[in-house]
Design a protein around this ligand. Structure first.
Ligand SMILES: [Zn+2]
Length: 334
């Protein structure tokens, strides 16, 4: 893997102390900072537009380290760039604090939802990231009708039977076979298709700009410096090949598993109770008939069609999702 821990530490340090604005890039690249931690890089004749984001949740550090290493390679001229590229370090104040967020979960605030959120760091930052991505795609339009791809990298709170997976937002435009080939080259274990709009960054880029977009869950969240980076080697290699415009690495793992969301468990009151042990992993298959959650006058039961649980979390605020039940997607739509 081309990851240099030393360089990435220096870059994260520089990023968090806002010194990166002085960074130098190869003369062939037009570099501009659209916001703190948001870098636009344009080669002379881009063949596509790519947004790579990390740190939308400030405690999910492994993807930030990976992005910092990629940035180091770009600055050194070691990473060829054939795509218009927007690198997004999502939430610098939360990264500095080592917290998921300071005031509210930013990955629920996109698509204008920040206007109705608690005013604070994340509502401001979500608005600025929307403006920066709009400016990027507007600039890209001048280069022609380029394919648009967005990967938003995260790590999960709990363990997972399928350690690395993609969540594809609800979308009405076509996602091409090349996008799924990219996910396969990342050696992901599974792909989950959402069936309803949401406030995620990946949904926003898909919905507002027609990007083929997904959230990548790449393993468990750990503090800076404690991430086993070999786990991210395949994703890193696939992203580097995408940016270089070279052939994607061949997949070595068994084929990806495809799922689609069958039921969203939405907590509506403080009486909500989740009948799952906190140690239950994502993609655990639950028995049919099991009462997974209840509220004063409502109950959610597992059926035999959609028994896989994803992101169970009873401690979300009322109105938010406390878990998803998945069914297999036997003929995934592109
Ligand atoms: Zn996250």
């Amino acid at each position: 893997m081309t990851f240099s821990a030393e360089k990435s530490e220096a870059i994260i340090e520089a990023l968090l102390s806002c010194r990166l604005r002085d960074a130098r890039f190869p003369a062939a690249l037009e570099a501009s900072w659209l916001e703190e931690g948001v870098l636009q890089l344009l080669p002379a004749h881009p063949t596509g537009a790519v947004v790579i984001s990390a740190g939308i949740h400030g405690n999910e550090t492994a993807p930030v380290e990976m992005l910092a290493a990629l940035l180091a390679s770009l600055m050194a001229g070691e990473q060829p760039l054939s795509q218009a590229l927007l690198l997004v370090f999502g939430n610098p104040p939360a990264l500095r604090a080592g917290k998921r967020y300071l005031h509210s979960d930013m990955n629920r605030l996109f698509g204008g939802r920040h206007r109705h959120a608690v005013p604070g760091n994340e509502s401001r930052r979500a608005a600025r990231l929307e403006q920066a991505t709009a400016a990027f795609f507007q600039r890209v339009e001048a280069e022609g009708d380029l394919p648009r791809v967005h990967l938003d990298m995260h790590t999960a709170i709990r363990g997972s039977r399928f350690p690395q997976f993609a969540l594809i937002p609800f979308h009405q435009h076509r996602y091409g076979a090349a996008f799924y080939t990219l996910l396969a080259a990342c050696e992901l274990d599974a792909v989950v298709q959402h069936t309803a709009p949401g406030g995620t960054f990946s949904h926003y880029l898909s919905d507002a700009f027609g990007a083929q977009s997904c959230t990548l869950e790449l393993g468990k969240a750990r503090p800076f410096g404690q991430n086993p980076l070999s786990c991210f080697a395949a994703v890193d290699s696939a992203i580097r090949a995408l940016l270089a415009g070279s052939a994607l690495p061949a997949r070595k793992q068994p084929p990806m598993r495809f799922f689609t969301v069958a039921q969203s468990i939405i907590k509506t009151s403080s009486s909500f109770r989740l009948n799952l042990d906190p140690s239950v992993e994502n993609f655990t298959q639950l028995p049919a008939g099991f009462e997974i959650a209840c509220e004063h006058d409502k109950s959610w039961r597992v059926d035999d069609v959609a028994p896989w649980i994803l992101f169970p979390n009873a401690s979300v605020a009322p109105g938010l999702r406390a878990g998803l039940l998945l069914k297999p997607d036997l003929s995934p739509q592109h």
